[in-house]
Write a protein that binds this ligand. Structure first.
Ligand SMILES: Cc1cc2nc3c(=O)[nH]c(=O)nc-3n(C[C@H](O)[C@H](O)[C@H](O)COP(=O)(O)OP(=O)(O)OC[C@H]3O[C@@H](n4cnc5c(N)ncnc54)[C@H](O)[C@@H]3O)c2cc1C
Length: 470
């Protein structure tokens, strides 16, 4: 393939692996290098907060399948520490320089650490992002702790609380906002989740602030002290406070990066800080923000497994296609899609529920534990969530794609024969209030000024917009 003979992918996880697979599937025969700072071949993270801590799956069985011969040079246990765009060269932590014709950045996110560094290093205070984290947690749970305290009732915190209850371990789940999953699904839905969590035996503390994590006198965690004076004795504290994007290694590379993600155009090519697009550098997965065509080109950031896969494959096709003159770049317009299993509930989300101001239960009921909820903003359908009804969600895709009027006019089976309720406010917590983030968020500017929030000087904005396709 003319012009592209060396492709390098940084980040050896699900996005990196699927990009490599797509490159080979498209017939790319050149050199392919995958750089990953973890010592493992790509593995699956979703079971780390579900089946692994509950003992249903061992970390040794998490490796992601490689369905074809990838012929990859693996650089595992080695981090990328710098990028020289002018020389098209990557600097690695072992001192090596790797040249590329096309680069894919897929460095994902890491768990946000507990903000008090003295408390964060107490024996028994953990975060959950890697297979080592999950294996360690599993071992500790096997030792039957007095109680596990989970701080942050987002998806990962709630799933872990569920895994603890599955193996009959007492768990306290602490959330600063008014409901679990409030930032992801809104508090109107979160209140039904809270009732379910309590019914399953979780000691759920809402509107609760942690004052301190106390040492037991031997360097181990002994208790968690709440601002209301309550103390919870425990041997394990897992802080589930959301994530931070792995972008620091790109400092000085001249890309637009911050905690809202690496700014890309709609085809996943990166923006440079002088306001143009670098045709040789793409990004994919959790580390990215991009202007989503369905959401009127607002920039969104998504931490979803399926989106990472689809985006990586899209980027891989672009990396090869951009070497051909006849190539017409295509926008990545897949709808964000996410699932979670917890407390006997299968929760599946499509679109960007966090963007909504209103919800309406369109099928079933929250109390009946099987329902579909449509999410709307300013009279348009922007998302849908199915609880124990994953297949029903497919019917909502076209509504979200065309931002159909909200509440949606649906011809769907009425499971319980009840009159459909009227829309109610979605009630998302104010910015910064919840301990956790939404896994899909609008992080960018209004459509009228798509680069305003990226910090581009005015004179540079037009150039970057002009470079965007379609
Ligand atoms: C506990 C848990 C449960 C989850 N459950 C679900 C779920 O139920 N459903 C769902 O849709 N999603 C879920 N997710 C999210 C999903 O796993 C992510 O969306 C997905 O892993 C993103 O893939 P990625 O390749 O973009 O990034 P990551 O998986 O974060 O991988 C990035 C890789 O790059 C490496 N890296 C970082 N910096 C460098 C560097 N400088 N040099 C080299 N390598 C580097 C990282 O160490 C990592 O290996 C879950 C995530 C976690 C942690």
């Amino acid at each position: 393939m003319s012009g592209v003979e060396r492709v390098v992918i940084v980040g050896a996880s699900v996005a990196g692996l699927h990009a490599a697979d797509e490159l080979r599937a498209q017939g790319y025969v050149g050199a392919l290098t995958l750089v990953g700072d973890e010592p493992h071949l790509p593995y699956d993270r979703p079971p780390l907060s579900k089946a692994v801590p509950a003992g249903r799956l061992k970390v040794g069985h998490l490796q992601l399948p490689q369905v074809r011969e990838l012929d990859v040079t693996w650089r595992l246990g080695v981090a990328a520490v710098g990028l020289d765009r002018a020389k098209r060269t990557l600097l690695l932590s072992d001192g090596a320089h790797v040249e590329f014709d096309r680069l894919l950045i897929a460095t994902g996110v890491r768990a946000r650490p507990w903000p008090n560094p003295t408390e964060a290093v107490l024996e028994g205070v953990k975060t959950l992002r890697t297979q080592e984290d999950a294996a360690d947690l599993y071992t500790r749970l096997q030792a039957r702790p007095r109680r596990v305290v989970v701080i942050g009732a987002g998806f990962i915190g709630s799933e872990l609380a569920s895994a603890c209850r599955d193996i009959d371990i007492d768990v306290t789940l602490i959330e600063r906002s008014r409901q679990p999953l409030g930032n992801a699904l809104g508090e109107s839905v979160g209140s039904a989740i809270a009732a379910r969590q309590r019914r399953c035996g979780v000691d759920l503390r809402l509107k609760a602030a942690v004052k301190a994590i106390d040492d037991d006198g031997t360097g181990r965690v002994g208790q968690v002290r709440l601002a209301d004076g309550d103390c919870i004795e425990t041997d394990i504290v897992v802080t589930a406070l959301g994530s931070q994007r792995n972008i620091e290694w790109l400092d000085g590379a001249g890309l637009v990066t911050d905690q809202a993600g690496i700014a890309c155009d709609a085809t996943m090519r990166v923006f440079t800080s002088d306001g143009v697009i670098d045709d040789a550098i793409y990004a994919a997965g959790d580390v990215v923000r991009w202007p989503h065509p369905v959401f009127r080109r607002k920039f969104i950031a998504v931490e979803h497994w399926g989106t990472a896969v689809a985006m990586a494959r899209h980027a891989a096709r672009g990396m090869l296609g951009s070497a051909r003159v006849e190539w017409v770049p295509k926008a990545f317009d897949e709808l964000p899609c996410f699932w979670s299993n917890q407390f006997g509930l299968n929760i599946k989300s499509m679109g960007v529920p966090r963007f909504a101001d209103s919800i309406v239960v369109t099928q079933g009921s929250l109390e009946g534990r099987r329902c579909v909820i449509a999410y709307g903003r300013d009279g348009h359908t922007v998302g849908a969530v199915a609880i124990n009804a994953p297949r029903e969600l497919q019917g909502y895709e076209s509504l979200i794609r065309r931002l159909a009027p909200f509440p949606p006019d649906l011809n769907v089976p009425d499971w319980d024969g009840q009159a459909r309720p009227a829309p109610v406010p979605a009630r998302f917590p104010a910015a910064g209030l919840a301990t956790h983030e939404a896994p899909a968020m609008v992080v960018g500017p209004a459509p009228a000024d798509p680069l305003a929030a990226l910090g581009f000087p005015h004179s540079h904005r037009r150039r970057a917009i002009d470079k965007e396709p379609g």
